[in-house]
Design a protein. Sequence first.
Length: 349
Amino acid sequence: MKIILSKNSKIESVDFENLEFGKIFTDHLFICKYSNGKWNEGKIMPYDDFLISPSARVFHYGQAIFEGMKCFKSDDDELVLFRPEENFKRFNISSERMAIPKIKESIFFDGLSELLKIDRNWVKKGSGNALYVRPFVFASEPSINASEALEYIFMIICCPSKSYYADQQIKVKIEEKYSRAAKGGVGYAKAAGNYAAQFYPTYLAKKEGYQQIIWTDSNNHNYIEEAGTMNLFFRIDDKLITSPTSDSILDGITRKSIIEIAKNLNIEVEERPVSVDEIVEAQSNGSLKEIFGTGTAVVVLPIKSFGYKNKDYSLSEITNSYSNILKEKLTDIQYNKSKEYEKWKFIIA
């Protein structure tokens, strides 16, 4: 692998206590190109802008997918990635759905590991601190012929991060008109266009005072699917309920981890369809104790209220919430404070 190091680091100019998510990037990136039917070996180089043709197919037909990962620094200065093999598998599942050539495991992990070693000083210790890692691939071939491309660029970039939501509890709107994904579509893939399609409905919801949307099924908007950047969990009495993954719901890595941790804590978990009416009824009769979202960026995020049919429903504060218990368990694993779930940790010394 070719490595070109930056002559001047930006790190001294960064205020790590006041980071806006996704705005500051580390000194280096990894890049690998696909042409003539194969991926090259890739290289690490200084983070910078680069030239691309206006006719690159990604601009015209949206062939682009990405992943979101986090790297943590333990008290022993180890870099810890959380279940990156799951990100790699999902990356190639998304690629296949978007007719993008699958990336080799060696390219993905060698590039990732070397990049993190070089920029390890950007990973800060302490709860809430992490390095957000963004692998992505897009169609770079200069052609506006409406078909899959023959050339692609795979890259990994990183940005230091703290909490995704500053207030740590949010208000959401259950969507009744717009849809995130349809059956048979690309909802299960981390396709860039999935997120672009969310922006306008979310913009409308924000104007009404909500931070995110809870998406419902595209047929009748009767069943809950997921939120904009999160999978969703509902605690009804002492049971944790979440919608099953499908071709319209992302198979969240944090989601599956929370399910396993909860079961090991003897919390009853049900993966089944969840209707909007059931949640409204549970809130009305007092059995709805918690709603929280899970995802790489947010980890575990409590939802304090939701809106539906022009009415807001608030949840009461509770002690010993499942969201707090599960978040603490998960973050202890991520920062390697816990010796549980060793198989989930990818250590870079």
